[in-house]
Design a protein around this ligand. Structure first.
Ligand code: NAD
Length: 431
């Protein structure tokens, strides 16, 4: 991902109350909301509101002009009761300690709802990587890896790409860590190129899981995917892969967007014809002579809306205008806490990010398995295992949704929290 998605990294403001809330506030509020439906030990919930540790380091590099510049980096560990910490590393000027903690909490829930043997973490460096040369970026990455090497590792904490980082950055981390450990350890990071232990199908996985969940949700509400109309905000890794897979399955994709606006064709467009953000940045608005705005895309009268660009796009200001029957969250945190309640009251079904885009971390888990077993899987194996894992998670969340008469988000949190609290109960508090 390129770092052009700032609103996920800045604290958002409730337009009515003027109250500022950070990612960690939202994550805690969502936790409390779901806990109200469960009979769980409040001491465990209290523990889950806090990270285990937040590692803050300084990262000096020599700039190309010979000067020295010092950057700040973080690695927030939220919970590891069910396995090593897992989560992305982002390079973005808006990275903060609080953001890393909040996003790390979401990773804990995401891994738990998918029943992956991982906990949650997030980290990053406060930097605009576009302002660095390739040499500077490599030096920054290697030095950062050195500074956090005692807290990461294939059995401790496994970073992955996020905003502003990619397969090349993961390769440098793997190399720096392996050199320091004096052995090649591909399992220290995921999202690597396949030639050094990456997995086939990793890049497409979050978009494909969004498509699988969209298909399951449509079927649940009595609509076959061939009859569904879909609008997708964001045409990057998640949005483009979701739109193309849904088109392959016969859905009518009527709108897709990039940061500049949206292409809208009421009778459907071909998402395979439009270059994705990675293939040709911001090509969507060049494809359509008369684009609509991103705000208009969100309120189109479609069966399914997939916000797959940035966080906090469905807010209490536009929640009343959302016309889609189902919202499938492709991005992390696209719906604010206040908007969530409005949509629930209006009967708009919101399938949460921690399930919908969890294909990314699920295939990261497959990559880690391939690395520690030193055996590569074919693309077909990856795709069929992903389909199976997503359907299992969907069925488990659907059971809670039906049995408890809660929202899809609460149902997903209930599945995740049940696993986490049971694990905490068995392991107990030490000393
Ligand atoms: P990306 O950078 O590949 O694409 C982002 C897309 O959103 C681009 O088309 C860009 O033009 C558009 N965009 C940027 N700012 C926008 C704005 N203000 N309004 C409308 N559109 C805007 O990003 P991605 O990897 O597809 O990630 C998108 C979201 O999905 C993020 O929330 C990310 O955290 C989440 N996510 C990504 C992955 C992954 O592995 N890529 C996994 C899970 C979740």
């Amino acid at each position: 991902m390129v770092p052009d998605t700032p609103s996920e990294t800045t604290d958002s403001t409730d337009s009515h109350t003027g109250e500022e809330h950070t990612a960690v506030d939202t994550a805690r509020r969502q936790l409390e909301h779901a806990v109200a439906h469960l009979d769980v030990n409040p001491n465990i919930v209290e523990r889950l509101k806090h990270p285990t540790a937040v590692h803050e380091v300084t990262v000096p590099i020599r700039r190309d002009d010979g000067s020295l510049e010092v950057f700040t980096g973080y690695r927030a560990h939220h919970d590891s009761i069910r396995g090593p910490y897992k989560g992305g590393l982002r390079y973005h000027p808006g990275v903060t300690r609080e953001e890393c903690v909040g996003l790390g909490m979401w990773m804990t829930w995401k891994c738990a709802v998918m029943d992956l043997p991982f906990g949650g973490a997030k980290g990053g460096i406060v930097v605009d990587p576009k302002g660095l040369s390739d040499r500077e970026l490599e030096q920054l990455t290697r030095r950062f890896t050195h500074e956090i090497r005692h807290v990461i590792g294939p059995n401790k904490d496994i970073p992955a790409p996020d905003m502003g980082t990619d397969a090349q950055v993961m390769s440098w981390i793997m190399d720096a860590y392996s050199i320091q450990e004096a052995e090649t350890l591909p399992g220290v990071v995921t999202g690597k190129p396949p030639v050094i232990g990456g997995s086939f199908g990793r890049e497409e996985a979050p978009g494909h899981s969004v498509a699988i969940i969209t298909r399951e949700a449509c079927e649940y509400y009595g609509k076959s995917i061939e009859d569904a109309t879909v609008a997708v905000q964001g045409f990057g890794s998640v949005g483009a892969n979701a739109a193309r897979k849904l088109d392959d399955w016969g859905a009518t994709v009527v709108a897709v967007s990039d940061v500049n606006g949206a292409a809208y064709y009421p009778d459907g467009l071909d998402p395979h014809e439009i270059p994705s953000h990675d293939e040709e940045p911001e090509a969507v608005t060049r494809y359509d002579d008369d684009p609509i705005s991103n705000e208009e895309l969100l309120t189109l009268d479609v069966d399914v809306l997939v916000p797959a660009a940035i966080g906090d796009v469905i807010t209490e200001d536009n929640a009343d205008e959302i016309q889609a029957d189902i919202v499938v969250e492709g991005a992390n945190g696209p719906t604010t806490f206040a908007a969530d309640s409005i949509l629930a009251e209006r009967g708009v079904q919101v399938i949460p990010d921690i399930v919908a885009n969890a294909g990314g971390v699920t295939v990261s888990y497959f990559e880690w398995l391939q690395d520690i077993n030193r055996r590569a899987w074919s693309l077909e194996e990856v795709q069929s295992e992903l389909e199976a894992e997503m359907k299992t998670a969907w069925d488990e969340v659907r059971t809670e949704f039906e049995d408890r008469d809660v929202t899809w988000r609460d149902a997903a949190y209930i599945v995740a929290l049940s696993r986490l609290t049971e694990a905490h109960t068995y392991r107990g508090l030490w000393p």
